[in-house]
Write a protein that binds this ligand. Structure first.
Ligand code: UGA
Length: 489
């Protein structure tokens, strides 16, 4: 098929390159002239594993090309995918669909009655119906309303190509035979359920899928907070409940919270949508509130361990030099949009701590005007430089390189007798850190099952490492913690 992609950002480029590799003739369009010039030379403005190579290969094979002549996009294609951004427009969460509207207006003058326009951008419920009206009006009635479809994307940054080629499901919001048949033909290769539905339902599925993932994460983080005060390993609890097929193990990992350009934005948009129809979405609001406060809660756990503040005391004392490892919202990307690591840095600075950061790829925003004064703190060139003289270290993003760290060297570089390491992603080996004299603080990892007597017997092996034998160790029995370890989350 001849396919046009409007918007060559992360979603558009992944979709375009992947469809080209399936043998389609794809052209990517964007109003950003500089971006198009870079893409023609296979230079991508962001990092996504495997994508640069795929774009280059498909370009060389003559199946993928780029242009900024958006008005031509509809004239030359059987399918036009709209993949432009829909950023949050208001603090209440209403998404800004102006880029979608502008794209529709640009393509409307050069369509054929057989063009099918597909919304892939994440859009508020009802946008597909409005798009059909806009295109019909602007094309002088040429395009039938049924030629507009909604096909939401479920791509994760860092595994976008893998997700495209191995979807859990493909959602097709269609009206009429032409868009239905064309999309069924396009996705005929997918070994996954094809969910055929109407446009509004397809739009809702996208928001509600991300809101549910967000709910699981906030649930895990609230469980971590509750369990911390009870000396129960939340991680073991969550792994155990995840063995129930009705619950499932994914997205139940407690940490510093969820971020990125999707989960926070889509959750906010769903809350906005619910309020706009007169509802008070209390569950979704709680999910958002837990996530908003999670970075600060992690900072509090650090302070409790560092200044030996008892669990029942509220006040904080002193300030410290704190190294933060990881700025991106998750490993494998340089994306810091809504990253909880940045909230954590802000929280540390606001509470009077001196902060130095390190991330293998991501950078803090360059200007105070752009992103807020608090985040402008020094960035080290490597993880060891960041911890020099630090009283505490917080791991905020689980980059693989943090698992290969020379802890003896870190221990020598950090200050104090028992420097604190806060493992904000539960990515480190507690026993190893304790053996070097660190105070280890995980999230929901009171984890005596994790770090007591490692390598011995079977009673202390965490449940997920025990193959089919999921025997859990009662958290309070294993013991073996250092003198300050009780402050761990
Ligand atoms: C998310 C969804 O997972 C995709 O299915 C969806 O297509 C995409 O949004 C989108 O709407 O475009 P993504 O934003 O790339 O993908 O990130 P995720 O991998 O979902 O991670 C989101 C955040 O949750 C990260 O900050 C991650 O560290 C955090 N997380 C994830 C946890 O804190 N705990 C978990 O158990 C899982």
């Amino acid at each position: 098929m001849r396919i046009s992609i409007i918007g060559t950002g992360y979603v558009g480029l992944t979709t375009g390159a992947a469809l080209a590799s399936l043998g389609h003739q794809v052209r990517g369009f964007d109003i950003n002239q500089g971006l198009i010039e870079a893409l023609v030379e296979s230079r991508l403005p962001f990092y996504e594993p495997g994508l640069t190579e795929l774009v280059a290969a498909q370009g060389a094979a003559g199946r993928l090309s780029f242009s900024n002549e958006i008005v031509q996009a509809g004239a030359e294609a059987e399918l036009v995918f709209i993949c432009v951004g829909t950023p949050p427009a208001t603090v209440e969460g209403m998404p800004d669909v102006s880029q979608v509207e502008k794209s529709l207006e640009m393509i409307a003058t050069a369509l054929t009655p057989r063009t099918v326009v597909v919304l892939k951008s994440t859009v508020p419920i009802g946008t597909g119906d409005k798009a059909a009206l806009i295109l019909s009006r602007k094309s002088g009635g040429l395009l039938p309303p049924g030629n507009v479809a909604v096909n939401p994307e479920f791509l994760r940054e860092g595994t976008a190509l893998e997700d495209f080629f191995h979807p859990d499901r493909v959602v097709l919001g269609v009206r009429g035979d032409l868009s239905r048949n064309r999309l069924l033909e396009l996705y005929g290769w997918a070994k996954a359920p094809l969910v055929l539905t109407d446009r509004r339902t397809a739009e809702a599925i996208k928001y509600i899928a991300n809101a549910f993932l967000a709910t699981k994460i906030s649930f895990a983080n609230e469980v971590a907070r509750v369990c911390a005060s009870l000396e129960v390993s939340a991680v073991d609890v969550l792994q155990a409940i995840g063995l129930d097929r009705r619950i499932g193990p994914d997205f139940l990992e407690p940490g510093v919270g969820f971020g990125g350009s999707c989960l926070p934005k889509d959750l906010a948009a769903l809350i906005f949508t619910a309020r706009s129809v007169g509802l008070e979405p209390v569950l979704l609001e709680a999910v958002e509130a837990i996530n908003r406060t999670q970075p600060e809660w992690v900072v509090e756990q650090m302070e409790r361990a560092l200044f030996r503040i008892p669990d029942d005391a509220r006040e904080t004392v002193g300030s410290a030099r704190v190294a933060v490892w990881g700025l991106s919202f998750k490993p494998g990307t340089d994306d810091t949009r809504s990253s909880p690591a940045l909230e954590l840095v802000d929280s540390l600075v606001m509470r009077g701590h001196e902060v130095i950061t390190y991330d293998p790829l991501a950078r803090l925003p360059e200007t105070a005007e752009a992103e807020g004064r608090e985040r402008l703190c020094p960035r080290a060139g490597d993880p060891y430089a960041a911890v020099r003289g630090a009283d505490a270290l917080i791991l905020a993003t689980a980059w693989p390189e943090f698992k290969r760290i020379d802890w003896r060297r870190v221990r020598r570089l950090m200050s104090g007798v028992s420097p604190v390491v806060v493992d904000g992603r539960n990515a480190l080996e507690p026993a190893l850190l304790l053996s070097f004299g660190f105070v280890y603080v995980g999230v929901g990892r009171v984890g005596r099952a994790e770090w007591g007597r490692t390598g011995e017997g079977d009673g202390n092996v965490p449940c997920h490492r025990r193959g089919r034998f999921h025997r859990l160790t009662p958290g309070r029995e294993a013991g073996g913690l250092g003198p300050q370890s009780g402050g761990s989350g």
